[in-house]
Design a protein around this ligand. Structure first.
Ligand SMILES: [Zn+2]
Length: 281
């Protein structure tokens, strides 16, 4: 497991008091359950993506997507929906092969950017690693491949995957010149995503929203709002976890976004947050 020697690559941490309250809703566009079922149901069917985009429109919430770049060649209806609606997109690695990512993160960072430039004709600005795994040297690889920001770090602990509790809760600058815009975590280092909101329930999170930092990046997946038939292929524990509040994805997402707005957060995209950070003194 990765202990954070990454801390030595941090050169500047944003002072929370200097930051406005901004929130970004981000969706990871990837094979079902990050590839664990070997299926692409939620992207072969245009409905889940179209539903989410419609929901965002009615709530007036801009969405930022992080897409696994090897899927771009497949012309999947779900990905087409995001592209046709002009959703702000960035790469979410090239393959999302979590068994091998640790040994080839720099290669994935490079291949994602190459694919991006071929498909879109311009370089990608942001990057997100699978499972939130950032390794020493990755910030350097991101800079070498022309990215401007990274949106991968959960400054919390995930057993057996990472322990980034020593990393800051507010955005920081890596030595390589890349900005890190971390995921939402409370002062007690609880990870707030749509998955953990569904897992622990609204009551658990109610008092905790007030302890979030000024920049709040919420992570979600299409499987948080629609469960594919391939859910039955998952091992028992994750299957039980995803069954909790399975029909309440939109209800809980609406509760969270309303609560953030009530507490003074303005919704924006990752690119706009990155641009603001670059302009700050
Ligand atoms: Zn992912």
């Amino acid at each position: 497991m990765m202990k954070s020697s990454l801390l030595s690559e941090v050169v500047h941490v944003m002072n929370p008091r200097a930051l406005p309250k901004l929130a970004a809703l981000t969706c990871d566009i990837e094979p079902d359950f990050g590839g664990r079922t070997g299926t692409l149901e939620l992207l072969e069917d245009p409905t889940p993506a179209a539903g989410l985009l419609q929901w965002c429109k009615t709530q007036d919430i801009p969405l930022t997507g992080f897409v696994v770049t090897e899927l771009l060649a497949k012309n999947l209806p779900g990905i087409r929906s995001f592209r046709e609606q002009g959703t702000e997109l960035h790469p979410h690695a090239h393959t999302h092969d979590t068994r091998r990512y640790r040994t080839r993160s720099a290669e994935e960072i490079g291949r994602a950017q190459e694919t991006w430039a071929k498909v879109f004709g311009t370089p990608a600005l942001g990057y997100r690693a699978p499972q939130g795994v950032v390794l020493p040297g990755d910030p350097e690889a991101l800079a070498a491949h022309g990215y401007q920001f990274d949106a991968s770090v959960f400054p919390t602990q995930r057993f057996g995957v990472f322990d980034y509790r020593s990393l800051p809760l507010t955005p920081w600058l890596w030595e390589s010149g890349i900005w890190e815009i971390p995921f939402a975590a409370t002062t007690k280092r609880s990870r707030l995503t749509l998955s953990t909101l569904k897992l622990y329930g609204q009551h658990f999170w109610e008092g905790k929203i007030a302890t979030l930092p000024p920049i709040v990046v919420i992570d979600m997946h299409l499987h948080d709002i629609v469960l594919p038939a391939s859910t039955r292929k998952l091992p028992l524990l994750p299957r039980l976890a995803y069954a909790r509040n399975r029909a309440n994805g939109y209800v809980l997402l609406a509760w969270l976004t309303e609560e953030l707005k009530r507490q003074g957060y303005q919704f924006t995209t990752m690119e706009r947050i990155a641009a603001m950070l670059r302009e700050m003194p």
